[in-house]
Unconditional design. Structure first.
Length: 288
């Protein structure tokens, strides 16, 4: 059985169905009681708990042989939480630890990247010192950060960085397919895989493509007011870590963007990565 952390989040909620489709037995962990609802789609077991308490990881890993680890979003203790989970995995005799990190964790102007770099480093050392079988997956910016239901409802796409800045993108379901492969076949120990799709798009280009695919006339809004930007992510503490993280994110994306190469993802999938059009069609079908 595979323990999946942050199971109710935007990423894992898209990945878990892919794992189930590949015959993987899942135990889902989240602080949100709604994690219980995942049993309705085939999740075998659920665990509700605060990951700031190390006992939560111990309880969650009972009966599991593998871990698919996704960090909590915008937590200033992200690196320490990862270290704790890794330590418990070693203690519990977990046979494989797969970490969802991020593309280019060495980009130091991105606070959440810096946290993940520390987590990756610790995992690598634990692989060396304790023989922990690990794989690190480094996805780029996800398509679902273009939230189709919200865009359709408001007839606009709000962005917090320059709409003309280009980013490499990836479909979370493709990341799920890679995770399923890594969890079910040998040969991925000590590997670090960049997961990047073929498309390199700006927010303006995504809106134009969305309108072309759907026949809609959605506009784009560049939100430059920091407080309004934080509200987009339900952040009310303007001086806290989460707000600081998103300020750095907006500034870095505006100045530099984010770029990667799709060769590794294509090899792991055995096919071309899904496109933004594929994503839009799938999301539109859900709301029809």
């Amino acid at each position: 059985m595979v323990l999946v952390t942050a199971a109710c989040g935007n990423v894992m909620s898209r990945i878990i169905p892919i794992l189930l489709q590949n015959g993987i037995q899942v135990k889902a962990l989240d602080a949100n009681p709604a994690v219980e609802n995942l049993k309705e789609i085939g999740v075998a077991e659920t665990c509700i708990g605060d990951v700031h308490d190390p006992d939560t990881y111990k309880k969650a890993m009972e009966g599991c042989t593998q871990v698919l680890y996704q960090p909590t979003l915008a937590d200033e203790e992200e690196a320490q939480l990862a270290w704790s989970c890794i330590d418990v995995a070693v203690e519990m005799g977990i046979e494989q630890f797969v970490m969802l990190s991020v593309l280019h964790p060495g980009m130091s102007t991105l606070l959440q990247h810096t946290q993940k770099l520390k987590a990756e480093e610790y995992l690598i050392y634990k692989g060396l010192s304790d023989g922990l079988n690990y794989t690190i997956l480094q996805p780029t910016h996800y398509y679902h950060n273009f939230p189709v239901p919200i865009v359709v409802e408001g007839n606009c796409y709000k962005v917090f960085y320059d709409p003309e800045t280009k980013l490499s993108l990836v479909d979370a379901e493709d990341v799920g397919a890679v995770a399923a492969r890594v969890l079910t076949e040998p040969g991925h120990q000590n590997a670090t895989y960049e997961l990047v799709g073929d498309e390199f798009l700006s927010s303006s280009e995504m809106v134009d493509l969305f309108n072309r695919y759907t026949g809609k006339n959605v506009s784009i809004i560049y939100e430059t007011d920091p407080e309004e930007t934080m509200k987009m992510f339900s952040i009310t503490d303007w001086e806290g870590y989460s707000a600081d993280m998103f300020r750095h994110l907006a500034d870095t994306y505006t100045k530099y963007g984010l770029a990667g190469n799709s060769h590794v993802l294509t090899w792991l999938l055995g096919r071309a990565p899904r496109t933004f059009e594929d994503f839009v069609k799938r999301e539109m079908d859900k709301i029809k």
